[in-house]
Design a binder for this molecule. Structure first.
Ligand code: DX5
Ligand code: ZN
Length: 217
């Protein structure tokens, strides 16, 4: 597993030609496929749900990295497992009993991720870092693709990296929102293990080549 991992976000794919885009990802250096599930309550947008994930699972040859931007995600953990999720990320801000939710995700056989909105401080994970397989730092306000990267995210990534090293946990750091070929090297230098990129990949003239450039970190 060569770091950084690259997880193109399907939110920016062409839904009229989804098979074509998945085949492109299958043949590219992409490591995971990132899914943004939005409920219109936790975020001011609605994206897609189980039927789309199940359909992609049939043709995808890479793990499905599912990012839940929904309230009460604990109600749907089993359904996302059945749909094909390999990594399931919930938002810190959406979980009253985060520890229980993470344990449930793992019991179902998935990797457990926790995402932090831009305003949520990293130190809130102090007591639970050992239970998290992946922390997803939102570097835009969640809800839409193609937004501008929030510069303060570098500081949060560095703080998180220190916390992970200090605790000895094997947790991965994923960054999501406004990732470009230009800022990828600085993100990786700050401690990022997984780069999510939607617009940068799918609006590119040559998505597979763009993935290759991101992969170089
Ligand atoms: C935003 C989503 C992102 C989004 C990233 O709420 O979580 O995954 O698809 O899109 P870009 O890379 O275009 O900022
Ligand atoms: Zn996402």
């Amino acid at each position: 597993m060569k770091l950084p991992l690259v997880a193109p976000s399907l939110l920016s794919a062409d839904f009229g030609n989804l098979n074509r885009d998945i085949e492109m990802l299958n043949h590219s250096q992409a490591d995971w496929i990132h899914f943004d599930v939005m409920d219109g309550v936790f975020v001011p947008n609605i994206s897609f749900g189980f039927p789309v994930i199940k359909a992609v699972k049939k043709v995808a040859q890479k793990p499905l990295d599912v990012h839940l931007m929904i309230v009460q995600p604990e109600r749907y953990l089993e359904a996302f497992k059945e749909a094909g999720a390999g990594i399931l990320t919930v938002h810190y801000e959406a979980c009253t009993h985060l520890h229980r939710t993470l344990q449930s995700i793992k019991v179902l056989g998935m990797k457990a991720g926790v995402s932090l909105n831009p305003h949520t401080p990293v130190h809130l994970l102090n007591e639970i870092i050992h239970d998290i397989d992946l922390v997803l730092i939102m570097s835009v306000n969640p809800g839409f693709g193609g937004q501008q990267f929030i510069e303060h995210s570098y500081t949060k990534i560095k703080t998180l990296k220190e916390l992970i090293i200090k605790s000895g946990a094997p947790t991965l750091i994923e960054v999501d929102g406004g990732v470009t070929v230009a800022n990828a090297p600085k993100l990786v230098a700050s401690g990022v293990d997984v780069l999510v990129a939607g617009n940068t990949v799918f609006a590119s003239g040559n998505p597979a080549e763009t993935i290759e450039q991101l992969k170089k970190g």
